[in-house]
Design a protein around this ligand. Structure first.
Ligand SMILES: [Zn+2]
Length: 586
């Protein structure tokens, strides 16, 4: 079968916004929530395990419908962001979900309050739902009373939630101007940033200068918003919920022990030399004395090799197939069920993602396929996500989705297998070199850059509590960059505004270390794969098929990995060290 770039078919979810099934789904959720409210009186410490599981399954059923509504709305919106109906539904669904959540809040509060002995009695009968229930109880020491929790939920909508919406509204409106071939172009941030990966050194510099010129104009306001966000985080998580540190609140949500995150960030700090060596090497390749910060993503060769879409799908399937035929079959199923939206269209969302809706439904994948090597890698990446979800399909809707730090395992692993395959087949030396350098560029961007963002967040949250000004924070950010780059890269002053341009640190404080976590994990898994061959495969498939049914530390310790040990994280950096050494020899 030959594949061509297409639009997806959402019919398996709902026929359309006007379909009676979709309207019925809203009513259905309302009815289920109303009946769920009725169980309030039945919740007592010696509740029968069967009755308890009925309640859990009822709540799963509601979650399944909400997931479907959410997915249909989100996917429709992604495929046409200008569609007014989809836009309106997005807001409606968010509001609806929040309201429903507040009405069933009593259940999770009761569950967290329950004594250990009875909780253990119920969990031991919960089968696959056990970890979901256990994880909820981790928050017991940090949970407030029902009225307090409700007040926080409601005030967040107009408080920190609104602050972030404003940050997005302000920064999404920015227009960037760039002179290209004597013509002044007005660009979005995404379009502007394409030039920093381009081969013209002058445009790379101008693109960054323009980016931070615009952000610096609002630097004080954006900086104040960040201060407010950090204070809100402190007030809620430290003052009210009694977490030990600002980052601990995120760690518990990820179910990663504080020591593991500390170990990861410390080891990253000790390994800055690897990328510094790489940047020096890259300067030589580009014929420069020293790399400027503007040049770190510059291409090494100007390979404009294009990959036909059908060939790309075949290459990706073959790469999965060489690991296990089962994986290739799953990848192919995503295409055959028309769950891929790959064509480039006006109004369609940029970039790529995989959306797994329900354990028993083939995930949906969005791509914007333009035939570059990067697009083939993205295809392998997103299909990796889909395969991960499909391998875990035997779990409940509460336990099949892997937690954040493990979420990038199959996707990154899939990309690495593909790169190996492309390298093995590529005859053109310049294309090969480009592929190798791109691999390290990406590793820098996901590992070191994100680790240093996290280190900055830790410092900034601390400084803000001690009344640091926006300028103090900018100065601290420059120090952070200096430590990261050493003498390998020339830094210019405008980068002091980079921190106000990172949406993640506003939206989801301390989210970013999960990227470094995932990529380092995969580097060491991939190393094991190369060393052990066939023997590695069942171990890897077991990690993926666990989904989110166990704590990440447990899933990984079953595979012989100790995320608390500095040695494990160093192993990931050792792989990079070797790759850079190989490039140095080339
Ligand atoms: Zn991903």
């Amino acid at each position: 079968m030959a594949y061509a770039p297409t639009k997806w078919n959402l019919g398996e979810l709902y026929a359309g916004f006007a379909s009676p099934e979709l309207q019925g789904a809203f009513d259905n959720v309302e009815e289920q929530v109303m009946s769920f409210e009725g169980v309030r009186g039945k919740l007592n410490p010696d509740i029968d395990p069967n009755q308890f599981m009925e309640i859990v399954r009822a709540s799963e059923e509601t979650t399944r419908i909400i997931n479907k509504i959410y997915a249909f709305t989100g996917l429709s919106f992604s495929s046409d962001t200008q569609d007014q109906v989809a836009q309106t539904y997005m807001a409606r669904v968010q509001q609806f979900a929040a309201q429903m959540q507040n009405r069933v809040l009593f259940f999770s509060l009761w569950w967290k309050e329950l004594d250990d002995r009875n909780a253990e009695r119920l969990m031991s009968a919960a089968g696959d739902y056990r970890y979901y229930l256990e994880e909820m109880r981790h928050f017991k020491p940090h949970t407030l009373s029902e009225p307090e929790e409700k007040v926080i939920n409601i005030k967040d909508v107009t408080g920190s939630g609104a602050l972030i919406t404003l940050y997005d509204a302000i920064t999404n409106r920015y227009v960037f101007k760039l002179d290209v071939n004597g013509e002044t172009k007005e660009l979005t941030r995404g379009q502007l940033m394409a030039f920093v990966q381009g081969s013209d050194p002058d445009l790379r510099a101008k693109a960054y200068q323009e980016l931070y010129r615009v952000y610096a104009e609002d630097g004080n306001i954006l900086g104040q918003m960040y201060q407010t966000r950090a204070r809100d985080w402190y007030n809620e998580n430290i003052e009210l919920r009694k977490f030990a540190n600002p980052i601990s609140a995120r760690n518990l949500g990820n179910d990663i022990p504080d020591e593991a995150v500390d170990a990861l960030l410390e080891v990253a700090r000790k390994n800055t030399k690897i990328f510094q060596r790489y940047f020096k090497l890259k300067a030589k390749q580009l014929g420069m004395q020293q790399l400027r910060r503007y040049d770190i993503y510059a291409p090494i060769a100007n390979s404009d090799k294009k990959f036909d879409y059908n060939d790309a799908t075949k290459t990706v399937f073959e790469s999965f197939n060489s690991f296990a035929p089962q994986l290739a079959e799953m990848a192919q199923r995503v295409f055959d069920q028309e769950h891929v939206d790959s064509e480039v269209r006006k109004g369609k969302r940029d970039g790529a993602f995989c959306w797994s809706v329900l354990p028993d439904m083939t995930p949906y994948v969005l791509l914007n396929y333009q035939g570059r090597a990067r697009d083939v890698a993205t295809m392998a990446h997103e299909l990796g996500h889909a395969i991960h979800a499909m391998l875990a399909a035997h779990h409940s809707a509460f336990t099949w989705h892997s937690s954040l730090p493990l979420a990038e395992t199959a996707s990154t692993f899939g990309e690495m297998m593909l790169t190996d395959k492309l390298l093995a087949e590529e005859k053109d030396e310049s294309v090969r070199r480009d592929l190798l350098f791109k691999q390290i560029d990406d590793a820098y961007a996901t590992i070191m850059r994100q680790s240093y963002f996290a280190l900055f967040e830790k410092q900034a949250h601390d400084m803000i509590q001690k009344n640091a000004s926006v300028n103090d924070l900018s100065a601290a950010y420059m120090e952070n960059l200096k430590e990261q780059f050493g003498d390998s890269v020339e830094l210019s002053d405008e980068f002091k505004w980079e921190w106000v341009s990172i949406p993640h640190i506003y939206h989801t404080p301390f989210y970013v270390y999960a990227y470094a976590f995932g990529q380092l994990l995969v580097l060491s898994l991939y190393q094991q794969f190369k060393a052990e061959g066939e023997a590695f495969k069942p171990k890897y498939l077991k990690i993926l098929s666990a989904g989110g049914s166990e704590a990440p530390a447990k899933i990984l310790s079953d595979a012989g990995i100790d995320i608390r040990s500095a040695k494990f994280w160093q192993g990931g950096f050792d792989v990079l060290d070797k790759l850079v050494s190989e490039l140095e020899r080339l």
